[in-house]
Ligand binder design. Structure first.
Ligand SMILES: Nc1ncnc2c1ncn2[C@@H]1O[C@H](COP(=O)(O)OP(=O)(O)OP(=O)(O)O)[C@@H](O)[C@H]1O
Length: 319
């Protein structure tokens, strides 16, 4: 196992209390495995992703264990985390425009990243490493002399990917890597990620609100709702045998261009207030099958048919 997340709870302190952004999440990721984390905006996907690198804002409190290659990094301080970030675990952000320093040439961005971990590396060797990975993401290394603002959105995201992978991390967290791009460029970037993931033998957590985006890439998919990981299974099972009523609703909400099913495209109701989260299942107020028990008790994780599902409907179903 490259990563084991155990009983992870993340709360943000706000003026009127604490936002329960992630509650009791358990998730393991194997070597060379890609796990997609999906769910609508505000469900806690980014909070979970950022907690693995400890880049959460100051008002966040993390409880639980984050075992990276068996070692609990949850209590690590900033100095210890700096040794891991980029080299062992790295992150591809949503918007490369804000995450790539525009006043630095691309080659200096690489140099800075590489030198942070290998301060004595000769510059020509660092440039060789950078050129190789840039080629792999489809960018002519000559462009290292340019500034990131001189690149198109898709090309900038390729630079970002190359920068995240130059030190060959074991685990990459890609947080909505294609959201700001148009559909064609999105597909190209997903292709690049797919190719690199296989060639570099890395594990990946792919965070997205779009179930369609993870289809090609993810071995397993975790569905999040209001801070809970409500379903976890292989990509096939999530698509063809979704168990949790929220996953079912999410699948129906994927726009289908063949049929006019507009009424299926959204899930009625809102995410609950996470400062005062519901007592029971967090999806109960939007769930067509909710019973009194659902409103009153948080369901445990049930194992059904190789799928993990957090829903009382499966209480009596044999695994
Ligand atoms: N700095 C913060 N302070 C207080 N609450 C926060 C903070 N950041 C996020 N939250 C809250 O935590 C919850 C989870 O947010 P998070 O950004 O992780 O969700 P998400 O699924 O990644 O959504 P998005 O795709 O919109 O980023 C939300 O209720 C959000 O309002």
């Amino acid at each position: 196992m490259i990563l084991q997340i155990k009983n992870l709870n993340i709360n943000y302190e706000v003026r009127n209390g604490w936002v329960s952004a992630v509650q009791n999440v358990n998730l393991s990721i194997k070597e060379n495995e890609t796990v997609g984390l999906v769910g609508e905006s505000g469900c806690g996907k980014s909070t979970l992703g950022k907690s693995l690198l400890k880049i959460l804002p100051k008002n966040a409190r993390i409880d639980g264990e984050i075992l990276f290659k068996g070692e609990n990094i949850a209590p690590y301080n900033e100095r210890q985390m700096r040794k891991i970030r980029g080299k062992n675990i790295s992150m591809i952000f949503q918007d490369p425009m804000t995450s790539l320093n525009p006043i630095m040439k691309v080659k200096d961005l690489f140099l800075e990243t590489i030198k942070a971990h290998y301060p004595k590396i000769p510059e020509d060797e660092a440039f060789k490493m950078s050129a190789k990975i840039l080629e792999e993401v489809g960018i002519d290394p000559v462009r290292m002399n340019e500034y990131s603002f001189q690149f198109s959105g898709g090309m900038r995201q390729r630079v970002m990917i190359a920068l995240s992978l130059v030190l060959k991390p074991d685990l990459v967290i890609a947080d909505e890597p294609t959201t700001s791009l148009d559909v064609i460029v999105q597909a190209q970037i997903m292709e690049v990620l797919k190719k690199l993931k296989d060639e570099h033998n890395m594990s990946m957590i792919l965070i997205t609100h779009d179930l369609g985006v993870v289809a090609e890439l993810a071995d397993r998919i975790g569905v999040m709702y209001a801070g809970h990981l409500v379903e976890l299974s292989t990509a096939e099972k999530i698509y063809y045998e979704p168990k949790h009523p929220y996953t079912q609703a999410l699948l129906k909400s994927i726009p289908n261009t063949n049929i006019d099913d507009r009424e299926l495209r959204y899930i009625p109701g809102d995410l609950p207030n996470l400062v005062k989260p519901p007592k029971g299942c967090r999806f109960a107020n939007r769930c067509p099958y909710a019973t009194e028990k659902c409103h009153n008790e948080v369901p445990p994780d049930f194992e059904v048919d190789g799928t993990r599902v957090k829903c009382w409907l499966y209480e009596k179903v044999k695994a």
